[in-house]
Each structure stands twice: as C-alpha cells, then as structure tokens.
Ligand binder design. Structure first.
Ligand code: RIB
Length: 301
C-alpha cells in the first residue's frame, strides 16, 4: 500500500505581501520564510502525513537547499533513499502570498529539470503519483513502469504544459484545477455543475479513467467509472492557498492506497486541503492523519 511520488523538490522562499505585485511594481514584504516545497515533495509529505508508507523519486542539487529538503522529507516520514543528488542547484520557488491568501509563484527548475527517467519501479507500491515540474519523458516512463507492475497511476497535470497532454492517457486518475482544465480543452471552463462535469468528461483520454477538477473554495467535481462525484468544500479562514492542490493529491493517493473508495478518498482529500489553507506554507501546512480524522469526527457530530 505504498505511495510512490515522482516529481519536483523545491525550497520555497515565501514572502508575505499586503497584495500581489503588478508588473513593474515593487511591493514591501512583511516577512519571509524558507519552507519545503515543490509539487512532488509536497504531495509526498501530504501522503506520508496520512500514515501511509511513501517513497519519493526526485532530485536535489549539492547545496544547502538540497540538504534542507532531504531533512524535511525524512522528518515527514517520506522515504528519501532514491532521491538523486545532481550537479547544480536544488529547485527554488519564489512564492508571494497576499493578505487574501492568494499566491504568485515563479520556479527555477534546478535539479528537477535534469531528473532522469527511473529504471525501476519500487516494489510493492500501490499507487504512482506524478506532476509536471520534471521532464515529461521521465514522467511518461515512470507511469509506464507503474502500469507494468499493476500500480494505479495519478497524474496531477500542474502546471499545465502542452507536452503534458501526452501524459493524460497514461493516468488512471487525472487531477486538474479549472485553469488547467481550460488549458487542455482550449476553451473557458463553463459555470454550473452539469457543464463542469461535461467539461471534465471531455478531458477523459480513455475508458475507465477518472478526471478530477479541483475548484478551490468550491470543492471538487470528479467524473469517472462511478459517475459524477460532486463535493463542496467547507468555508474556512484562508491564510495561504499554496500547496492546497498538493495536499488534495497526496491525501487522495494515500487514502486510495489504503483501499478506501474514490468517493471516500475524495471527501477526505477535500477536507484535508481545507485544513492546509488555514496555515502558511505548502508542505509545512499539511495536516496529519490525526488532525484530519479528528476534524472529520467533529463534522459527524
Ligand atoms: O504547488 C505549490 C508548489 O508549487 C510550491 O511549493 C512551489 O515549490 C511550486 O512547485
């Protein structure tokens, strides 16, 4: 029931700003933090914090950011033995977070951009998770290896890249947000659940696939073999939405790996993402299993 994540590892330089800067504008930040990030690393942390064995395949550079990221992943319980150390810098993200909790992110790929395709897929893994911040050919190879051993595959097509379209048929589960959905469909995302569900269906690359569209504070809509699952999110005070999608993907993978149904796993993942936005940081904001279960139990009463 192990989760294997193939993806990016970044150090996030997070600056709190009253509002996001416009082009050409200088804005004074009120604070900054160096925090663990990268969509791959974040999703691995989210899964591991659910108490599910999680292994990360990725790369860092030979620098202090790499040391810090390996330590942060290990502390979160993620298996780091297969993370390569490559020449050059570790991936870095400049993250601006406004008082409204909105963000703006610029990434420098560093070692992520040089991540080679894996030779082998970790034995016994139930679910393979990938995103689009590492080379597309390597992601394709990883997902193909996963299929060879019968593991389920989840592709979070973030950020949306034209070349990422070739990966969509390789995934059993595709996760996109509304911006990414619009990018791949080449049209604006329609309003209303019925139209959204139809748009999600249009992204399906093959029979039996799940297409899950995350809707931020409006929850999630998922189209798949079981029909449509539509789950709203709770209204919560938002501090920082960075990594909310990663929390969703990591928790979804963890719960699926444990044998929970898609509907159950989606509900837990939406709830966990709602917890993560109430704290600063990406990986740093991700809830533990105890926090998720306690929060869900309160909802039941
Ligand atoms: O999804 C959030 C992540 O995107 C940040 O942690 C940043 O590193 C970028 O990869």
């Amino acid at each position: 029931m192990t989760v294997v994540v193939f993806g990016s590892i970044n150090r996030d330089l997070v600056m709190r700003v009253p509002r996001l800067p416009l082009a050409g504008e200088t804005v004074a930040a009120t604070s900054y933090d160096l925090l663990p990030g990268g969509k791959g690393a974040n999703q691995a942390v989210a899964a591991a914090r659910q108490g599910v064995p999680t292994v990360m395949l990725g790369a860092v550079g030979h620098d202090a950011h790499g040391d810090a990221m390996l330590a942060a992943l290990a502390q979160a319980g993620v298996g780091t033995g297969a993370i390569a150390r490559l020449p050059g810098p570790t991936g870095l993200a400049h993250v601006f977070v406004s008082d409204e909790g909105e963000n703006q992110i610029v990434i420098v790929g560093g070692a992520n951009a040089a991540l080679p395709a894996p030779d082998v897929f970790p034995a016994g893994a139930a679910i393979a998770v990938a995103q689009a911040e590492v080379p597309t050919a390597a992601v394709a190879r990883f997902l193909a290896l996963a299929h060879e051993v019968g593991a389920r595959t989840l592709y979070n097509a973030a950020p949306a890249l034209a070349e990422g379209r070739a990966i969509l048929p390789l995934a059993d589960i595709v996760v996109v947000n509304e911006t990414e959905l619009a990018f791949f469909l080449g049209e604006a995302v329609p309003e209303g659940d019925t139209a959204l569900a139809a748009a999600a269906r249009r992204l399906m690359a093959r029979e039996g696939q799940w297409v899950i569209v995350t809707l931020g504070g409006a929850g999630v809509i998922a189209e798949g073999p079981g029909g449509t699952v539509r789950l709203p999110a709770r209204a919560v005070p938002v501090v920082d939405t960075t990594g909310a999608g990663d929390t969703f993907c990591g928790v979804l993978a963890a719960r699926l790996a444990q044998g929970e149904s898609m509907a159950q796993s989606l509900a837990v993942a939406v709830f966990a993402a709602g917890l993560s936005v109430q704290r600063l940081g990406a990986a740093a904001s991700m809830p533990t299993r105890a926090e998720v279960d306690a929060g869900l139990a309160l909802l039941d009463h």
